[in-house]
Write a protein that binds this ligand. Structure first.
Ligand SMILES: C[S@@+](CC[C@H](N)C(=O)[O-])C[C@H]1O[C@@H](n2cnc3c(N)ncnc32)[C@H](O)[C@@H]1O
Length: 819
């Protein structure tokens, strides 16, 4: 066929519906059409088209069981189909066939694949037929036409082939609905192509596909075919389908680099004693937690940093109460931060040179294992704390208050908190309960000489109203201005605590002990200051509010008794109710501390709540045993005997009152020493005693009777003193009291009698009529005498023959001097 040069044709539509090429109309211009019509044999064209249609219908009908339905009866059939170029057709057919073949090869031989192979063969046949037809152009013009329309025929061939493939796809028999769906899909695919520069007819059929759309078309068709094939083959080819699955990206963990400096062997997931929770392969080193930032971690762990606790955590006072002035500063000694509730005494200035180190008392107590160190413990009676060196029953000893305190402090539990009172400044309130006579807090501070204390009083504390000076030991003053919180404990004429001075490992130490009734949490801690006031010196008025208030701080001086100040007037002119239930005191609200925030703070309380003891201490228990404090030797001839008869009723360390100290500055050194000795330093014996007197009743029955009368006490003391003399005189020449280096100091139970050569045991002395109480007092006096002699200047050390130091001889002489 030789188409004319002027002939041009455009494929109007290639509408493909329901597995058939229903109409392929070629609209041409009249001149061209007429020219083509002359040259191209209509018969030939029709034959080719018919053949293709027949073949296709045959295949499709066979395959799907459907008759092809032609769409558009009037559609021109076969126009332009005769122009299919041999090469193009062959190429297309070959390409498609190859595709099918490849797929068929990939898939295992199944009946459906066999079918498709068969169909491919059929298509091949059609192609061959078409070729043979095309090879016989009727005329040169027809051939020319065919060349001219190569482009269009190529498009047609693509569509036709694709449809052929579609029809030949091995799939389950489709119903009409399926066909409709497929048609709709094709349409939508075409519609997609519209945006790609393709031209479509009104019914959506492709007129001219752009280069890109051609690609897409082929792709879509290919993918359609492929997907349909893949759908079928995927089940049969699990390996292939799995291989195609995209692999999930693995996250890369950072296990080194930014964070460096943490031990690699640390495995926090390891349970103590249990199995490691580590997952994954054993031996794989995977950090469990993010290590600390570079270097910071190890630096933080290695270095100690100073930090300041926020006030609300430190909280020395209750809520809504501002920080106590100078609180932090006061708790620092010589720039060192010492736990505020536990710091040791510090010798300041001259005091350090003057302070005499004393040997620890090595007198063994004679307590029995069953009873332990009870009230009768010799150490306890002499205010000496038991330790390994002087305790006979270390496993059952209850006379180790300071050791207990040390343990408690180590635990760091809170025991008290600061409060602000209305009239007494700061106070201290217990935050836990204390058993009777249990140690509460140590009173520590700076040990200074009297001169230094005078200087401080005149210069440093001249504007102060609160004083923290305590007459301590060896005529030294303990200034707690920089000391433990015990300094905040206020005075009360009806106290719930006692301030006691003890010898602990040879060192005098002062501490606050709970009274005989114990302390409940929330009680304000108080003790009797026992100030020594001098006549004519103004005293500080006492605001303790106790029923038995003496009106002034400390002892009541003759002619200086002050009545308590009248209660402050309220707004309405009436006296304000004070204290507990209006019975006086400084507190407006009485409340047991509740857990958490206090619910109510009464308005007339200055800043916080202070709670005074609820109980009335009407009955005061007498002190357990007569006490001789291990004080220094007297400087004058004030004898032990006179000290025994002293009416000084203080068993507490005495607060050095400001008046005392101010007055003392005008005294001569000797007079001051004498005064200090008289008032504070000399041995003290309690005024009242509770003594168990053993009386033999009828029929040899021994009756233990408690004697508390003054007469009985003086008789007791007299007898005790005689006992001391007797005991020492019997041991004058040969008896050696073991010193610290050679062993514990002999107690009354092991004094050796040289004259008899027998040990004068406690039992022996009992048989001689020496009662236990007398024996105790005697023993204490003996020890006291020995200590006194050894430390006394009146009996110079040089006078004591070498090797005799520590013997009873000087003790005897001392006692005799004293007597
Ligand atoms: C050892 S301090 C006690 C703590 C003191 N309240 C403070 O705020 O620092 C002793 C001072 O407290 C005051 N004080 C203690 N008890 C008192 C009381 N019952 N009546 C009046 N003032 C008292 C006195 O000013 C005394 O000099």
């Amino acid at each position: 066929m030789q188409p004319s040069s002027t002939t041009s044709s455009v494929v109007d539509s290639a509408s493909i519906t329901n597995n058939s090429i229903s109409a392929t109309s070629i609209s041409t211009t009249p001149e061209r059409t007429s020219a083509a019509a002359e040259e191209v044999s209509e018969k030939e064209k029709n034959e080719v088209v018919k053949l293709v249609e027949e073949e296709i219908e045959h295949v499709a009908g066979k395959e799907n069981g459907y008759e092809t339905v032609e769409e558009g009866e009037g559609a021109q059939k076969g126009e332009g189909m005769e122009n299919l170029s041999e090469n193009e057709d062959e190429k297309d057919q070959t390409r498609n066939t190859r595709k099918l073949r490849d797929r068929a090869r990939q898939s295992p031989t199944t009946p459906s694949n066999k079918k498709s192979t068969k169909k491919v063969k059929e298509i091949k046949t059609i192609t061959r037929q078409l070729r043979s037809t095309a090879k016989k152009p009727s005329s040169a013009s027809a051939k020319k036409f065919a060349d001219k329309t190569r482009r269009q025929s190529k498009r047609l061939s693509i569509i036709a082939t694709s449809k052929l493939l579609e029809t030949t796809t091995p799939s389950a028999p489709r119903g009409k609905r399926s066909h409709d769906v497929m048609a709709a899909g094709s349409k939508s695919a075409n519609a997609k192509l519209q945006g790609n520069g393709s031209h479509y007819a009104a019914d959506g059929s492709l007129l001219r596909a752009s280069k890109r759309s051609k690609k897409n078309l082929s792709y879509n068709e290919d993918t359609d075919d492929e997907s349909s094939i893949a759908r079928e083959t995927s089940e049969e080819l699990p390996e292939n389908s799995q291989a195609k699955k995209p692999q999930k990206k693995k996250k890369v963990w950072l296990n080194q680099g930014l964070y460096l400096g943490q031990g690699q062997d640390l495995d926090v997931r390891k349970r103590p004693g249990g199995k490691s929770k580590k997952r994954g392969k054993p031996g794989v080193d995977r950090p469990a937690v993010l290590p600390l930032p570079m270097f910071t971690g190890s630096v933080i762990m290695d270095t100690v940093r100073d930090f300041k606790l926020p006030f609300n955590i430190f909280a020395p006072s209750p809520w809504k109460c501002g920080p106590i002035h100078n609180w932090k500063k006061l708790n620092h000694i010589a720039g060192t931060c010492i736990p505020f509730h536990y710091c040791q005494d510090v010798l300041i200035g001259e005091a350090s040179q003057l302070w005499k180190r004393e040997k620890a008392s090595m007198a063994m107590c004679v307590c029995e294992e069953e009873k332990g160190c009870d009230e009768d413990c010799l150490n306890r009676c002499t205010w000496v704390e038991c330790d390994e060196g002087n305790c006979n029953v270390p496993n059952n000893c209850s006379n180790r208050a300071f050791a207990d305190l040390k343990e408690r402090v180590k635990q760091g539990t809170k025991f008290a908190e600061g409060v602000e009172t209305k009239n007494c400044g700061h106070g201290l309130r217990a935050t836990r309960s204390f058993a009777p006579r249990q140690i509460v807090v140590e009173y520590t501070g700076e040990i200074i000489t009297q001169e230094e204390s005078e200087r401080r009083m005149i210069e440093d504390y001249k504007d102060n109203n609160n004083y923290y000076l305590m007459l301590f030991h060896q005529n030294m003053i303990l200034d707690a201005t920089r000391g433990s919180v015990a300094r905040f404990v206020n005075h009360s004429c009806n106290p719930n605590c006692r301030m006691e001075k003890w010898l602990v490992d040879g060192k005098p130490r002062m501490a606050l002990f709970a009274g005989d009734y114990g302390i409940e949490a929330g009680d304000e801690l108080t003790y009797d200051y026992n100030f020594n006031w001098f006549t004519g010196v103004s005293q500080q008025a006492c605001h303790c509010g106790a029923e038995n208030c003496r009106g002034a701080l400390g002892k009541r001086a003759d002619g200086l008794q002050k009545k308590p100040e009248p209660p402050a007037k309220g707004k309405n002119g009436k006296g304000k109710k004070k204290g507990i239930n209006g019975k006086g005191g400084i507190v407006a609200e009485v409340k047991k501390p509740t857990r958490g925030r206090p619910k109510k703070v009464v308005a007339n309380v200055q800043k916080s709540v202070i709670i005074t003891p609820k109980r009335k201490y009407t009955k005061r228990k007498v002190v357990a045993a007569p006490v001789v404090s291990p004080s220094p030797a007297p400087e004058d001839d004030d004898s032990l005997d006179s000290s025994l008869d002293s009416s000084d009723d203080s068993d507490h360390p005495t607060e050095a009152s400001p008046a005392t100290l101010k007055k003392s500055s005008s005294l001569s050194e000797a007079a001051r020493r004498r005064r200090n000795y008289n008032k504070a330093g000399r041995p003290r014996v309690t005024k009242t005693y509770k003594v168990n007197k053993t009386i033999r009743g009828g029929k040899g029955k021994i009756i233990h009777k408690s004697v508390t009368s003054k007469k009985a006490v003086s008789a007791l003391k007299k007898k005790a003193f005689e006992t001391v003399l007797t005991s020492t005189s019997t041991t004058t020449t040969t008896t050696t009291v073991k010193t610290k280096t050679s062993g514990p100091l002999s107690s009354a139970s092991s004094v050796t009698s040289a004259s008899t050569g027998t040990v004068m045991t406690r039992a022996t002395r009992r048989s001689l009529g020496v009662t236990k109480a007398v024996d105790n007092v005697a023993q204490q006096l003996l020890e006291q005498a020995i200590n006194t002699v050894l430390s006394s200047a009146s009996v110079g050390v040089e006078e004591i023959p070498e090797g005799v130091i520590g013997t009873v001889a000087p003790a005897l002489s001392a006692v005799q001097v004293a007597g």
